[in-house]
Design a binder for this molecule. Sequence first.
Ligand code: FES
Length: 384
Amino acid sequence: MKEFKIGMNAKLDMLKFKNLGEEREKEIEKSASTSVKDSSLTNTLAGILHPKGIKVQVSHIVKETEDTKSFYLKPVKLESMPPFLAGQYVTLAVTIDGRTYKRPYSISSSPNSLEMYRITVKKEKNGIVSTYLFHECEVGSTFNLLGPFGHFTYQPLRDSKDVVFLAGGSGITPFMAFLQNQKFLEKIHSLTLFYGAKSEFDLIFKKEIDEICSKNKKIKVIYVLSEQKRSDYAYGFIDEEKILQVGVENKSFFVSGPIKMYFSLNEIFKKLDIPNKFIRHEIFREVPEDLVEQNFQLTIKMNDKTLTIPCNGKETLLQSMEKGRVKTLAHCTVGECGFCRSKLLSGEVKTEDSCVREADKEAHYIHPCVTYPLSDVTIEVPIK
Ligand code: FES
C-alpha cells in the first residue's frame, strides 16, 4: 500500500486547528464588553442606508387613472431618501382617527434619483388606508416611512439576462423602478414586459412606459386588455399562448399583480416546466376563503404589560391590533419580513402556512399579519 506523508504545512495547520478554541477565547476576552457606540462609522453608514424611520412630506400628487394616484414623497429632515434596489418597497405608516396603519408600497420611481420616492396607490374597496390616501391626503401631508425592504430584485448571478416581466393592474409599480434603472438595463440582454389591465384607461404609466421603450431597443412591451378589444393591443389575459410567443428558454420571470394572476401563471409555469429558480414573485397575501365572521378576544403580552382587545375571525390579528391602537413592529403586513413575529401562548388560529418557517411553527411562533383567530387568543408580541 502506498504511504502518505504529512507535510510540514499540514502539521502546522493541524496545530493551529487544535489551538483554535483557546485562541478564540483569548480574542473574545480582549474585545470590548460595552456595546458599540451609535456614532461609530459602521453605525453611521448603516443609519444612512437603513434608517429606522424617515419623516416624509407629500410634495405632489398625480392622478394616474380613475382609481390610482401617485404620491411623491420627499424627506423632511434628510438630504435625500435612502438608496434602494429596483423592485423594493417601503412601509407607509398612516395615522387615521388616532390609529396607525402600516401598508407596504413598491417604489415606482427610479433608484437613480433619490430626491424623493414615488409610490402609486390603487383605491381598494373597503381599504381604510388607500381610501384615506385617495381622498384626504394632500400636498404637504406628512407620514413616517420605513424601509426600503424586499427581495423582488434582479440578481445578475442568479437571474437570466433575458427577462420577462408579468404585470397585472397596479402590479406595474415595482417594474417602473426597473424600467428607469440604467444599471439594470445595461446588465440584461432583453426584456419583455407583459402588462395586463381591464381597458386602455386602466393602464397606469402607459405614456411613461412607451417613452422608455422608444429609447431602448432591448425592451418590448405587450399590453393585454381583458375587457376591451382593440387592434393595437393583445386581448384576454396573460396566458400560455402569449408567453410562448416570446419563448421561455433560459428566461427569468418576474410576476407582480393580483392574486388570481399568480395562481394562473403558476399553473402555466408548471405546465411549461419552468424551474422555480427562474421565477420571482412580488410579495402578496393570500386571504383564506373560509374565514368566519365571529367575535373573539385577543390578549397581548408585551414587555410587562398585558391588554385585551376585540378581534374578529375575518380580520388578521394585526388588523385588530391596528384598530385597537396597539403599537407593532410590523413592516410588510403580508407575512414576508418577520418583524411582527409573535409567540402564540394560547388559542386556535388559522395562519397562511407558506409564510411561517417550520422551526417557528414547532416553537408556536406566528405572524399576526397573516393569522386569523378561531377562538380567544393570547400572544406575546416583541416591542422595542
Ligand atoms: S409584518 Fe412582515 S411578517 Fe408580519
